[in-house]
Design a protein around this ligand. Structure first.
Ligand SMILES: [Zn+2]
Ligand SMILES: [Zn+2]
Length: 157
């Protein structure tokens, strides 16, 4: 996805630019993501928060309940309420919703997760790893991404 890394909400108030490639790309089929998006899955670009450059207004954080009793912080446009990023409790790493990119077709999932609740009519490609729940990042992420994630944790953002 080297060409276009810009995206935004529906009304245009929130615009962002990713300043590098993501760490990893998740396609999540869990029930929380299905409920939040009203769709079959969500595609998230995992990237350091400080590599998400906001070009306009600040998205508004909304704490959304999850099935396990925890809350997930979802950042939405304060005007049209489209969700652009979320956090899953890992400090310094944001989950950018790939569908908000100007060109979502530049993104391909690196892994499919929580396939235990995948809807039956979605067929996954053989060549992409898929897990019924979560997975071991150390086994799957490129070494460079692991090092970047460690640095983001250290910086404590
Ligand atoms: Zn908006
Ligand atoms: Zn999910």
């Amino acid at each position: 996805m080297s060409t276009s890394r810009e995206g935004g909400c529906a009304c245009g108030a929130v615009r962002y630019r990713l300043t590098s490639e993501p760490l990893f790309v998740h396609c999540c089929h869990c029930l929380n993501c299905q409920r939040q998006t009203g769709s079959a899955f969500v595609i998230n670009l995992l990237i350091e928060a400080d590599r998400v450059e906001l070009l306009s207004v600040e998205p508004q954080p909304v704490d959304v309940p999850r099935d396990d009793g925890s809350k997930q912080r979802i950042h939405r446009c304060p005007i049209c309420q489209v969700a652009v990023f979320s956090e899953y409790g890992r400090p310094g790493v944001w989950f950018v919703r790939a569908g908000t990119l100007d060109d979502p077709s530049v993104v391909t999932p690196d892994v499919h997760i929580y396939t235990r609740s995948k809807v039956p009519w979605v067929t996954l490609p053989d060549e992409v790893p898929a897990f019924s729940e979560y997975y071991d990042t150390k086994a799957l992420w490129p070494p460079e991404s692991l090092e970047r994630a460690r640095a983001a944790l250290r910086s404590g953002r």
